[in-house]
Design a binder for this molecule. Structure first.
Ligand SMILES: Cc1cc2nc3c(=O)[nH]c(=O)nc-3n(C[C@H](O)[C@H](O)[C@H](O)COP(=O)(O)O)c2cc1C
Length: 180
């Protein structure tokens, strides 16, 4: 797949075929996503892939704050990645203090890069994704027994797409870009 087309054509997918994605394929996608850059190359992102329908149903009822849009997407989902990260590392250099005014925010930054890399890798392999920010991270941590050193960054619903959404609007380059 051409890299520029891949970047431009990825869409959030909210309708999926009623078919689980092969775990080996998901392993390949994480194998690609692990090449994402990270603060100090600490590689703090973790992926817990859930293809158990009962847990996915629990995500819908208990872990998306009753947000109808997300409940609807989860109703036909066959896979959900819990993207988490190891706390307290990114943002620090040799000392235990944070090196910049953004303090620990760099860990969320790292998770964001990992998230997009995972979504693009999935897209390149024909798997659709939808990032969920409207989530209840504590409930999700408990549902998947997340290790105590990690916290949830986002859910990424994944599966075989059953829709081809039209491109979503984007701001013009003139609005986004400044040269000095
Ligand atoms: C941090 C973040 C949080 C998001 N949260 C949700 C969400 O909770 N539910 C949802 O349906 N889409 C969610 N989205 C998807 C956005 O709505 C979507 O990326 C945006 O509308 C652009 O559409 P596209 O992804 O198809 O290009 C989220 C995206 C990001 C990056």
């Amino acid at each position: 797949m051409d890299a520029i087309a891949m970047l431009k054509d990825r869409r959030s997918i909210r309708k999926y075929k009623n078919e689980k994605v092969d775990r080996e394929l998901m392993k390949e996608i994480v194998d690609i996503a692990r090449w994402a850059p990270s603060w100090g190359n600490f590689q703090i992102a973790r992926y817990t892939l859930v293809d158990d329908r009962e847990i996915i149903r629990k995500f819908a009822t208990d872990a998306v704050k009753g947000f109808g849009y997300n409940i609807k997407t989860l109703e036909n989902a066959t896979g959900v990645a819990v993207l988490s990260f190891v706390k307290g590392k990114s943002g620090k250099l040799d000392k235990d203090e944070y090196a910049t005014s953004k303090a620990s925010s760099w860990e969320v930054f790292d998770a964001g890069i990992a998230c997009q890399t995972f979504c693009l890798a999935a897209h390149a392999k024909g798997i659709g994704t939808c990032i969920f920010g409207v989530i209840d991270d504590e409930t999700i941590s408990a549902l998947v027994s997340l290790p105590g050193e990690e916290t949830v960054a986002a859910l990424i619903v994944y599966g075989i797409p059953d829709e081809s959404p039209a491109p979503t609007p984007r701001k013009s380059v003139e609005k986004l870009l400044r040269f000095i």
